[in-house]
Design a protein around this ligand. Structure first.
Ligand code: BG6
Length: 469
């Protein structure tokens, strides 16, 4: 369909932006916080770690004031489990509780809707040492953590996200790093961990609906549409394999309460299906999310496996660079799209396509919780001319508007990131924020904040509710 439409963004559309705790806060061991699994990761020698990050833990008031100046209607941030329950369960850490109370109060002061991620890659390290997500005890621990959050913040926060990018954690476990000396779990272990996270999520959603009457909760997955590399039927089958295993298998469970049939057959065939105990499937049926949150960066192009080891090696990399699997699918190049400096495909039309696919499949409103371009921004005379970011975001927003005209129900758009955060892979060499944090990898300088050109552009987009897009 080609629209010559006057479709506008809905009134009350949540124009937002996102961060995650470990990527902005710093203060990793302050005020009673214990280390999380991601705090223990080993960083490349030339890359900043998370110890100080953007020092938002100490500067959140100034930063939220900047967000208000930009006109944000929503701000998505994550709560660090290790600040609330430093031992994973049990004793509540009051300074941690107060810290997020203050953040929420600051947001409310400026009429910014807080959107809370409960878990963004940062399992308490003490739980990891006891087996982490391999153990069912961690399911109970997550439910306990959730109960504490709902009790304390349930009246103040409407929008909740359970787990950020469960599919990234399971499918690209190496992509988000490894604790020092750690080894990668096997695929069998990963799918068992996945099952436990699914159980945890379902129990938490059920609890949420009891405890937070007017709240809304959803999973936050990295979702993306794919293209078959050609109209060769074998490529179409491979592409279908890919999207089932990479995306639908993770969203079907909370929405439909079942694993995706094709993905489950794949797991059984490879001997990596999880052990499902009696009663588990009933628990999964209880999830009942109110919306789907999705992070979108790139699309994938998939061809038939060549049935040799070259499928895996075709493109190695991080969470947006698709790995192949012998006998299942193979990543291929797409000649019709650009790429970022880091090899991530730039595909705004693919964004519209993904939104359509997700809505058509789940019939749930969508909140975009990440979208953006990482780049080595340059500060010159107090200014950052990030026209590439404006171009990227503008093209994606135009496509989102078309998706709305297509009938997709959208709650809001929270691009990555509200302010510069540590990139999981490239530290401060790769930036995403609307606000520049003046620090280098190791030279912290004064960490002064500067609005980038994209800040002023987004400010205007929000002020006119996207009318001129
Ligand atoms: C998403 C994560 O997958 O990608 C974010 O949810 C992350 O935490 C973002 O920062 C960008 O990835 P990277 O590797 O450039 O930081």
């Amino acid at each position: 369909m080609i629209y010559n439409t006057k479709t506008n963004f809905p009134e009350n559309f949540l124009w937002g932006a996102s961060t995650s705790a470990y990527q902005v806060e710093g203060a990793v061991l302050e005020d009673g916080k214990s280390p999380s699994i991601i705090d223990m990761y080993e960083h490349p020698k030339d890359t900043a770690g998370f110890r100080i990050a953007s020092d938002y833990y100490h500067r959140y008031k100034e930063d939220i004031q900047w967000f208000a100046k930009m006109g944000l209607k929503a701000y998505r941030f994550s709560i660090a489990w290790t600040r609330i329950l430093p031992e994973g369960t049990g004793k509540i850490n009051q300074p941690g509780v107060d810290y997020y109370k203050n953040i929420i109060a600051e947001c409310r002061k400026y009429k910014i809707e807080p959107v809370v991620t409960m878990y963004h890659f940062d399992l308490p390290y003490c739980l990891e040492e006891q087996g982490g997500w391999n153990k069912r005890e961690t399911v109970d621990a997550f439910v306990e953590y959730a109960r504490v959050l709902f009790e304390i913040y349930g009246r103040e926060v409407t929008y909740w996200l359970t787990i950020n990018e469960q599919n990234t954690m399971i499918l690209h476990p190496g992509a988000i790093g490894l604790p020092k000396g750690g080894t990668l779990p096997t695929k069998k272990e990963l799918y068992q961990q996945n099952h436990h996270m699914m159980l945890a999520q379902a129990r938490v959603m059920k609890l949420f609906h009891k405890m937070v009457r007017n709240g809304k909760i959803g999973p936050a997955l990295n979702l993306t549409a794919m293209y078959p590399a050609s109209c060769r039927p074998e490529d179409a089958i491979a592409a279908h394999n890919w999207v089932s295993i990479r995306c639908w298998n993770f969203a079907d469970v909370p929405v439909f309460g079942t694993y995706h049939p094709l993905a489950f057959s794949y797991m059984k065939d490879r001997g990596i299906a999880p052990e499902i105990l009696p009663g588990d499937m009933e628990i999964l049926k209880d999830a009942d999310p109110d919306f789907i949150a999705m992070n979108y960066y790139s699309t994938a192009t998939i061809g038939a496996s060549r049935n040799d080891s070259s499928d895996v090696a075709a493109r190695a990399g991080d969470q947006q660079i698709m790995l192949g699997e012998q006998g299942v699918y193979r990543p291929e190049e797409n000649p019709y799209v650009d790429k970022t400096k880091y090899g991530w495909v730039i595909d705004p039309v693919g964004f519209r396509y993904t939104l359509r696919k997700v809505y058509e499949r789940y019939h749930l409103p969508i909140l975009v919780t990440e979208n953006g371009i990482g780049a080595p921004d340059i500060l010159e005379d107090g200014k950052i001319h990030d026209d590439y970011r404006i171009d990227f975001l503008k093209k994606h927003l135009i496509q989102m508007k078309l998706a709305i005209a297509d009938g997709v129900e959208m709650i809001g758009y929270c691009p990555w990131a509200a302010i510069d955060v540590v990139s999981t892979h490239q530290g401060y060499k790769k930036r995403y924020g609307f606000i520049y944090v003046d620090r280098e990898e190791f030279d912290l300088k004064e960490m002064k904040r500067y609005p980038k050109d994209s800040f002023f552009w987004y400010q205007k987009v929000i002020a006119e509710n996207g009318k001129s897009l």
